[in-house]
Design a protein around this ligand. Structure first.
Ligand SMILES: CC(C)(COP(=O)(O)OP(=O)(O)OC[C@H]1O[C@@H](n2cnc3c(N)ncnc32)[C@H](O)[C@@H]1OP(=O)(O)O)[C@@H](O)C(=O)NCCC(=O)NCCS
Length: 177
């Protein structure tokens, strides 16, 4: 179900215009919709609503001129460490740099706040997401066996380090031991 009508054909012809805004209650139905479209265990509207009061968490949205949420990303920061909770872009608006813009906000925040790292899990088969993270300096630092359900799959743990003592990485993004 679409909460706001949008025209994917127009979006593909010319780069879509959007602004980055913090998640608010009005946008939650759209974010929950994108969650359902992309993940087998999506965040519900109730879970997203609880994030509005979570002082450690932030979700930002790419909001199109027509009021459509094009994509969003969430981060939780605990003890100087940042955990990317979720990131997704509507299929019609992918490959236009929206995820990079969203991620860029958290990368700048992480540097400004002297976070040790940003980290996340991604399905082994999710090439697009892995390429996105590698493009932004995330390295594959570990693997969690059978981490995901529906379908069952391993997770790759990807981390972008900041500051000193940054490990050396090989061409696949693995840490050189
Ligand atoms: C992964 C995802 C968020 C990328 O969003 P996007 O807005 O299309 O990404 P961008 O346009 O910013 O792309 C940035 C880089 O990501 C990589 N990338 C994006 N889509 C890709 C694809 N289909 N195949 C390979 N690499 C891809 C490329 O390196 C790209 O850089 P380039 O354009 O210079 O080649 C989007 O595909 C998505 O929502 N997927 C479903 C949800 C999901 O899997 N989220 C991640 C959970 S861990």
């Amino acid at each position: 179900m679409n909460f706001v009508p949008y025209n994917a054909t127009v979006a593909k012809r010319e780069p879509v215009k959007y602004t980055l805004v913090p998640l608010n209650a009005d946008l939650i139905p759209q974010v929950a919709e994108i969650e359902r479209q992309n993940f087998s265990h999506p965040w519900t509207e109730a879970m997203l609503t609880s994030q509005l009061d979570n002082m450690l968490a932030s979700i930002i949205c790419a909001l199109g001129e027509n009021g459509v949420v094009l994509g969003y990303a969430g981060v939780t920061v605990v003890a100087g460490e940042g955990y990317i909770d979720n990131i997704a872009v509507r299929q019609e608006y992918r490959k236009q740099g929206i995820a990079s813009e969203l991620l860029g906000v958290f990368l700048r925040f992480a540097k400004a706040q002297n976070l040790h790292f940003l980290t996340l899990e991604v399905r082994v088969s999710n090439t697009a997401a892995k390429q996105l993270y590698m493009k932004h300096g995330f390295a594959q630092v570990g693997r969690r066996k059978n981490y995901y359900d529906d379908p069952k799959e391993d997770a790759i743990l990807m981390t972008r380090y900041f500051g000193e003592n940054i490990p050396e990485f090989d061409q696949e993004g693995g840490i050189v031991q």
